[in-house]
Design a binder for this molecule. Structure first.
Ligand code: PLP
Length: 228
């Protein structure tokens, strides 16, 4: 079994190579280490190898890990489904939320973001596959949501996030990511400038980078198979 340190190194090289191969600016793709259902010891190991940004999917798990790792200078990203009764804890605990899919959640995060913290970075989760997926906002409804979130003073709307349906073929993976990249361009035409595309996981990272991802969210390729 390879170590977390080695995995991070390999992924870093892959990101760099792929970014170059598809003519994106060097350094334009950041690695988010997805640590859900992995131990705090593994997070420490990744931290010691230089990783600083970690993603978690479950509110309680994130809070417990943050507490246990309070001696480390970690940027926490929330990437799981968010119910309105959990927004306060998330507004107080994280630097980024990737999964905003309705205004009610954004408004609550805005109102609950503590004054002593910087603005909360936010991505809108896009539902690219329509009916099949329950999470994310439909493309037709996206511009209005983006405009409304842009007006919230305690949030910083950074970009779009997508979780495509699993697909093995890289060309088909690219079609989906290209759609999201195009939506970002359309929003720019409407006066909404975004700098982030949160897309790409262990099995579709290359396709996501090809289409302009700026944050890849990688779990398995760093930490191995999840523990439970
Ligand atoms: C679990 C998860 C990931 C990481 O997936 P891997 O296949 O383990 O790399 C990325 N994004 C989200 C939203 C996840 O839930």
């Amino acid at each position: 079994m390879t170590s977390i340190h080695d995995n991070l190194q390999t992924i870093g090289v892959n990101i760099q190579k792929t970014t170059q191969q598809y003519h994106h600016p060097p350094g334009s793709v950041k690695l988010l280490a997805v640590s859900k259902r992995h131990s705090v010891n593994k997070i420490r190991e990744a931290y010691e190898a230089g990783q600083r940004s970690f993603g978690e999917n479950y509110v309680q798990e994130l809070l417990e890990k943050k507490e246990q790792l309070s001696d480390l200078d970690i940027k926490w990203h929330f990437i799981g489904p968010l119910q309105s009764n959990k927004t306060k804890k998330i507004a107080e605990a994280v630097d980024w939320v990737h999964t905003i899919d309705r205004f009610k959640i954004a408004k609550r995060l805005n109102d609950q973001r503590p004054e002593n913290l910087p603005k909360l970075s936010a991505c809108i989760q896009v539902n690219i596959s329509g009916e099949e997926s329950k999470s994310g906002i439909l493309i037709e409804e996206l511009p209005i949501l983006a405009k409304k979130i842009n007006e919230l003073p305690r949030l910083k709307l950074q970009g779009l996030m997508v979780i495509p349906a699993p697909e093995k073929n890289i060309d088909k993976q690219r079609i989906v990511f290209a759609k999201v990249a195009n939506i970002k361009k359309d929003l720019y035409q409407q006066g909404i400038e975004l700098n982030t595309l949160s897309m790409g996981m262990s099995d579709d990272m290359e396709a996501a980078i090809a289409e302009g991802s700026t944050i890849v969210r990688i779990g398995t390729a760093i930490f191995g198979t999840r523990e439970n």
